[in-house]
Design a protein around this ligand. Structure first.
Ligand code: SAH
Length: 248
């Protein structure tokens, strides 16, 4: 697949960005690294002149921006979702470093859409948003001052994607193993989790004290497994049978 088509499969998603200058800065960082698919989830101030100034020669990235109302909408159709985090979280999640992140995103863009999520300037991504991710990536910054400016973080991670694409062009990046089924897309995975939660509720399987913890663990389990479309439709069929039995 030509490089430009691969690049078009890589979405950079900025969630609830407060400062339009960061949106422009991210657009510029992306274009410098050969990327152009920018998604904005409920930006607080956009469109804005400050975004255009900061984008400089990357105005075309801004004019191609998709403004959407939820993270789910931004990642719909993606087979790989990676979330960025400026610090460690309460519940451990599969963690990759920026280099592995670049490699993985580039490798997977050969066969499906991928998304890289960036959080709010003041408080990053919510736990709920981070739980939609297969992997978390942390730029190993100074632990005493770990949070990078948003557009700077976009720059670092897009640079790593660029390095992976250059390694690939030189034949130095292994292709992924072939698989007979495409990976489940983020929106279908979300429907699966809703179905699973509903079935567990029907079964009274929840710990009434702490239902969230169970659902979080289920998300982590299934994100780790990287199910394909066929596996998910089998499991959904199974859940439907269970529901039919209970509701008889
Ligand atoms: N106080 C917030 C900081 C958010 S910084 C928090 O603790 O979560 C804004 C965004 O920039 C983050 O959500 C993330 O997308 C990105 N970012 C900043 N520093 C980063 C780092 N060291 N590694 C990965 N992403 C980082």
């Amino acid at each position: 697949m030509p490089t430009a088509e691969r690049q078009a499969k890589i979405r950079i998603v900025l969630v609830n960005t407060a400062h339009p200058g960061n949106i422009g800065g991210a657009a510029r960082a992306m274009k410098n690294m050969g990327l152009a698919e920018l998604y904005l989830v409920q930006p607080r101030e956009y469109p804005a002149p400050r975004a255009v100034w900061r984008a400089a020669g990357a105005r075309d990235v801004l004019s191609n921006v998709k403004v959407v109302s939820s993270v789910d909408e931004a990642i719909a159709g993606c087979g790989l979702v990676v979330g960025t985090s400026a610090r460690e979280r309460r519940i451990p999640w599969p963690l990759i470093d920026p280099r592995e992140c670049g490699t993985r995103i580039w490798q997977e863009s050969e066969s499906h859409d991928v998304a890289l999520l960036f959080g709010r300037e003041d408080r990053g991504l919510t736990n709920e948003e981070l739980q939609k991710c297969h992997y978390h990536v942390h730029i190993p910054s100074n632990p005493d001052y770990s949070s990078l400016n948003l557009a700077t973080a976009v720059q670092v991670l897009c640079y790593e994607i660029r390095m992976a694409s250059l390694a690939d062009a030189e034949g130095n990046l292994p292709s992924l193993q072939e698989w007979d089924q495409p990976p489940v897309a983020a929106d279908d995975l979300e429907y699966f989790h809703e179905h699973l939660a509903q079935t567990m509720a029907d079964l009274n399987f929840f710990d009434p004290e702490n239902p969230k913890q169970l659902l979080t663990r289920m998300r982590r389990l299934f994100n780790r497994v990287r199910m394909d479309q066929m596996e998910v439709s089998i499991l959904r069929g199974l859940l439907s049978s269970v529901q039919r039995m209970i509701n008889k």
